[in-house]
Design a protein around this ligand. Structure first.
Ligand SMILES: *Cc1c(COP(=O)(O)O)cnc(C)c1O
Length: 425
């Protein structure tokens, strides 16, 4: 089935007992065992079933099947936030002495995880000099356990060369882990280009209404862990954290996610609340329609801004003269994400004036909401940096980032126009 259909139906065929059509919220911690033998079989992983919501929950299981189907993966694990998904996706296969090789520009918290937090646990984050697979390859050595990137970077909007990155990762026997949050499986499916694991912040376009944090880890089932059995011994050798189960034997293609669930999540507990799982399922049902409108509105906003006399520049991968254009065209076709940045003429002060004058656009640091959102990085997210550091992070004083919502385009453009006129008032 097509993505639009999977988003509404995958993973749920109605409740056999109650005949509930919507996915029920299983607001329960634990699940009853028929007998001691049944409990033992569940804990042995000999039979499938529910034990305790920290490990798995039937509402979340539907969400997991749905996102796995949307991405074309074999198995998925839902967690409490996008950051929890990224954290688990890495520590599931890396330990002290290892390193993760990444593209240079990342979502802020992901950058901090790789640059400051994992290194304290002996896992080094290595940042390539550029997005090119050749520069990534230079940093891979025998201790590398994964290559990491965002398919579309937040906030830079750069589109990663997934095919090229997968190729160099696989030549060195390591998986490519891709954060597909900004693109969503509606615009782009990284597994089709060789990615091995996909992570999501469902907080953004999947939930789509700015109400619910959630993360997802999806396994393509294709990475040959057993070909690199010593390097990925956590998956291929007896696991002491789960009475010596061998994940590749017990779970085959789904070994990676099974270990994420039964070792990382079971013992550190970044579990998605079932109510949040339900809310995210509601969001996903309309994701394809919303993304279509987000994309169409963003293109009109980009064109409007580019022709506006108060605007100095617009960074939007849909313009044929944008340095991002070719890579975006290759992986996204004609669609472009609804995240873009622009600069108000005159620097910091007019930039702030324009930002403060926005009425429809909400001032905040989220994206992927049905509502139009704006962010002025120099006075908020990047405030602590020196002007030089801001420039290095791609932030200029006049820059405004927009997450274009799904309101009527006339109202969106009218708000931007009055805000831009206010910048020179
Ligand atoms: C928001 C975001 C995250 C973090 O997700 P949370 O759900 O807020 O933890 C990770 N990656 C990208 C690209 C994001 O935009």
């Amino acid at each position: 089935m097509k993505r639009e259909t999977l988003a509404i139906h995958a993973g749920y065929d109605g409740d056999p007992i109650t005949k509930a059509v919507a996915v029920p919220i299983y607001q329960t911690i634990a699940f009853e065992f028929d007998s001691a033998a049944h409990g033992a079989a569940l804990f042995n992983l000999d039979v499938q079933g529910n034990i305790y919501t920290r490990i798995g929950n039937p509402t979340n299981a539907v969400l997991e099947k749905r996102v796995a189907a949307l991405e074309g993966g074999v198995e998925a694990l839902s967690v409490s936030s996008g950051m929890a998904a990224i954290h688990y996706s890495l520590v599931n296969i890396a330990e002290q002495g290892n390193n993760i090789v990444s593209l240079p520009q990342l979502y802020g918290a992901t950058y901090t995880l790789l640059a400051h937090i994992l290194p304290k646990q002996g896992i080094a984050g290595r940042f390539a000099a550029s997005d090119s697979p050749a520069d990534v390859e230079k940093l891979i050595d025998e201790n590398t356990r994964a290559v990491f990137c965002e398919s579309v970077g937040n906030p830079a909007g750069n589109v990663a060369d997934i095919e090229g990155l997968a190729k160099v990762a696989h030549q060195h026997g390591v998986p490519l882990i891709v954060d597909n949050t900004v693109a969503t499986p509606i615009l782009f499916r990284p597994f089709e280009y060789g990615a091995d694991v996909i992570v999501h912040s469902m907080t953004k376009f999947m939930g789509g209404h700015g109400t619910t944090l959630g993360g997802m880890i999806v396994d393509s089932g294709k990475f040959p862990w057993k070909d690199h059995a010593d390097r990925y011994y956590m998956l291929t050798k007896p696991e002491p954290a789960y009475h010596d189960v061998v994940y590749t034997e017990q779970y085959g293609d789904a070994a990676y996610v099974a270990r994420c669930r039964t070792v990382c999540q079971r013992n550190t507990g970044s579990t998605l609340a079932p109510l949040n799982g339900f809310l995210l399922l509601q969001g996903i049902e309309t994701m394809a329609l919303r993304v279509e409108r987000h994309v169409a509105n963003a293109r009109k906003v980009a064109e409007f801004l580019r022709s506006h006399k108060q605007v100095a520049w617009v960074n939007y991968a849909g313009f044929a003269d944008s340095p991002l254009y070719a890579m975006a065209q290759r992986y996204l076709g004609d669609a472009r994400p609804s995240l873009l940045t622009f600069g108000v003429k005159g620097g910091f002060e007019p930039g702030v004036k324009c930002f403060d004058a926005m009425k429809l656009f909400k001032r905040m640091v989220n994206m992927g909401d049905a509502k139009s959102l704006s962010c002025h990085p120099a006075s908020t997210t990047h405030r602590q940096l020196t002007p030089e550091e801001q420039l290095k992070a791609g932030v200029t004083p006049e820059m405004i980032r927009l997450s274009v919502g799904i309101e009527h385009i006339d109202d969106i453009l009218a708000d931007l126009d009055q805000a831009l006129r206010a910048s020179v008032a």
